[in-house]
Structures are given as structure tokens and as C-alpha cells.
Design a protein. Structure first.
Ligand SMILES: [Zn+2]
Ligand SMILES: [Zn+2]
Length: 374
């Protein structure tokens, strides 16, 4: 009989038969190790959860009273002889890569990651391994991020310009990750940062967890509209174009997403300004991160898996596509788009967003879960 792999891809998620635990499973299981608190990685219904300390309060907020064990980066937990340890993924606060070792064989599950230091998440750390399970949300060369300092210069200038022109500023980003990254990099000399309730709930969970964030003011029914219009409003994508947002008219609406790198993305989201800011690695980030692991084989879980696997195989890796249900939050494309394989040439491929699988467990679902808690 062939030797069992240390990690397997099952209908419920990534499974370690020797340790009898799953990593980011999407069906209810007894023992789940969670890379981070985004809805497509941290599902409800598991009996036991293991995650990083800094994911604790957001997981409670989103999933309710779960049985949760938390650890520090680098700390080891043993399960039936298998050593599990978490390393920073640089994706959002508390996000981790999961390192699994048994009898000298090492696997690393990246979860979602980015290699640029965003100034708020613990920076990504490459972990040596034999087998690396990687996302590749932005695994096409067209996705090349500028340093975030340039993006925030643009954002701060845009905000100043809006103040000058007497229009309110609304900036959209996901409630866990993007919202805090924006908050920590805004030029607060421009004015006050106001937050949509969904974002402020996440900020509060992180503050309960000991994270120091810049001051924010939650927008409530009592907020004075003219004051709010002189600050900047951080709102989730689900609020775009809603009556809630329209009450701040006239405003300029900015959207932060990696998808803003491609033509048409801004128009499709009816945004006035698109800022190319992502919590996922760009093409170069993915290639450098994979290379730094020194791994023999790579398993690609979500994103442009086919294209990226071909590329990696071409440069000497043993790369495979695997089917998972990951791909939510900013990974989700809000409208159906042609499948990569349906496109004829690279130019066309470079101008589309990936069809995002059958399911897109995005922000709204995450917030719906979160909304179950007071
Ligand atoms: Zn994520
Ligand atoms: Zn994800």
C-alpha cells in the first residue's frame, strides 16, 4: 500500500490523517486548525479550533462561542505525534501559515498571504518545507503591486482634494484586513476617520485583543452628517451605493482592491477611484515566497491555479492544482466573468478576473455570521 500523504485534500478540507485534524475545513469537523478569520477559511460548526492569539476576538465575534485554543507564532502543538506550528502570513492581523511536521517531513499551508509589510499584520515569514500549499489569487504577471506608501500617497491626496472640493470621501475595503490597513496608513491630519458599523465591530474585536488601532468614530443615527462629510468614511463593499452611503452625498467613492489593477474593474464597481491595494501576494510575491520555501512540490488552492501551475512546472517545480472552496473576501469577483480556459490568448486573460468558483463566501456572509452575535 502506498504511504499516506501527511496532508490530503478531502471533501471537507485539507486533512492530516496521522494527526486527525483539518486545516481550514469547510465542512464541520472535530478538530480544525484555522489560518485566519476570513469567512472562506474559518467556518462555523467545528468542535475544536486552533488559531493564532490575534484571531481570537474576531473569531468569537464572527463564529460565536466556539471552543478555541490560541497559540503564538512559532509555538508547537502536538497532535498524535504531528507537530503543528504557526508562522506569520502577513495577510491580515492574526493570519498564519500552518507548518505541519511528522518524522522529518514538513508541509506548510499558506492560507492567504502577502509578502509586503503592511505595517499592521505581523510580516510574512518564509518557512522551509518539502511541500507547500499555496494560494495564487493574483497568480498572473499583470498583477504587480506598487509599494503601499505610493498607494497611500494617492489615497491621502485624493482625500485632501475632496475636502478642497467640498465632497465627502468614502473609501471601501473589507472589514478584516483592508479596513485596518487603511486606518493605520491614513494621514490623520486631514481629519477624523468615521467607520461603518460592520467595520467598527471588527475594529472593536481587534482592540479587545490588544491591537492598538488609530482612533475611529462609529457612524450612528446620531452622527452629524456635516461632521462626517469633513472626515473620511471607511465602509465595507456591501455598503456601496446603498441608501446608507447615499446620505453622505455628494461624495467621491474610492475602492481598494487588487482587482483594480485590471481594466474595467472600477467601472464594474461604480467607483470614482480605484486603488490597487491587496492583502494577497502579487505575481512576484507568490514566486518569491514559493521559491523561499525550498519546497519540492507546490499545491495551488485558489486563484489562477492552472496558469500558475504551468508556470511553476516550467521553472522546475512540481506544481499541482487542487480543488478547495477558498476564495472569498477580496478574492471574490462580484460579477461572473469568463473562465480562464475559455479565453484564447494571454492578452485576454490579462484583462479578466477569474471566475470565482461556484461559491464565493465573501464579506457579506462573514458579516452575516458576525451579525449573530450582539
Ligand atoms: Zn483571507
Ligand atoms: Zn481566502
Amino acid at each position: 500500500m502506498a504511504k499516506k500523504q501527511l496532508l490530503e485534500f478531502t471533501d471537507s478540507g485539507i486533512y492530516c490523517p496521522q494527526g486527525r485534524f483539518y486545516i481550514d475545513p469547510w465542512k464541520p469537523v472535530d478538530d480544525a486548525v484555522i489560518t485566519h478569520a476570513h469567512a472562506d477559511h474559518a467556518y462555523m460548526g467545528h468542535k475544536h479550533y486552533l488559531a493564532h492569539h490575534l484571531s481570537r476576538e474576531v473569531l468569537f465575534y464572527r463564529l460565536g462561542e466556539i471552543q478555541l485554543q490560541t497559540v503564538e507564532y512559532g509555538e508547537t502543538v502536538m497532535k498524535n505525534g504531528v507537530a503543528i506550528s504557526l508562522y506569520p502570513a502577513g495577510h491580515v492581523i492574526g493570519s498564519a501559515q500552518i507548518r505541519v511536521e511528522y518524522k522529518g517531513e514538513v508541509w506548510v499551508v499558506s492560507g492567504d498571504y502577502k509578502v509586503e509589510d503592511d505595517g499592521i499584520s505581523t510580516p510574512f515569514e518564509p518557512v522551509r518545507c518539502h511541500h507547500f500549499i499555496s494560494e495564487c489569487t493574483f497568480g498572473m504577471p499583470v498583477y504587480t503591486w506598487k509599494p503601499q506608501v505610493q498607494i497611500f500617497d494617492d489615497i491621502n491626496n485624493w482625500w485632501r482634494g475632496n475636502l478642497h472640493n467640498g465632497v465627502a470621501t468614502v473609501l471601501v475595503g473589507y472589514s478584516l484586513g483592508k479596513a485596518q490597513r487603511i486606518l493605520q496608513n491614513l494621514d490623520l491630519f486631514n481629519g477624523t476617520v468615521y467607520t461603518h458599523g460592520v467595520i467598527e465591530n471588527t475594529n472593536e474585536a481587534l482592540r479587545r485583543n490588544g491591537v492598538i488601532l488609530n482612533p475611529t468614530e462609529r457612524i450612528t443615527a446620531d452622527s452629524v452628517k456635516e461632521d462626517v462629510r469633513k472626515g473620511i468614511i471607511i465602509a465595507p463593499p456591501s455598503s456601496a451605493g446603498t441608501p446608507w452611503m447615499r446620505k453622505f452625498q455628494p461624495y467621491s467613492f474610492g475602492y481598494c482592491s487588487g482587482w483594480m489593477a485590471i481594466r474595467g474593474a472600477k467601472r464594474r464597481r461604480a467607483a470614482d477611484r480605484g486603488f490597487v491595494l491587496s492583502d494577497h501576494a502579487d505575481w512576484n510575491g507568490l514566486v518569491s515566497a514559493i521559491d523561499a520555501t525550498g519546497c519540492q512540490s507546490v499545491y495551488l488552492t485558489h486563484g489562477y491555479t492552472a496558469t500558475f501551475a504551468r508556470y511553476l512546472n516550467g521553472i522546475g517545480f512540481d506544481a499541482h492544482e487542487v480543488h478547495t472552496l477558498y476564495g472569498g473576501e477580496e478574492e471574490a469577483s462580484p460579477q461572473p466573468s469568463p473562465k480562464e480556459s475559455e479565453l484564447e490568448n494571454q492578452d485576454e486573460r490579462n484583462n479578466i478576473e477569474p471566475a470565482n468558483k461556484a461559491l464565493s463566501f465573501g464579506e457579506d456572509l462573514g458579516e452575516a455570521f458576525g451579525g449573530l452575535n450582539p
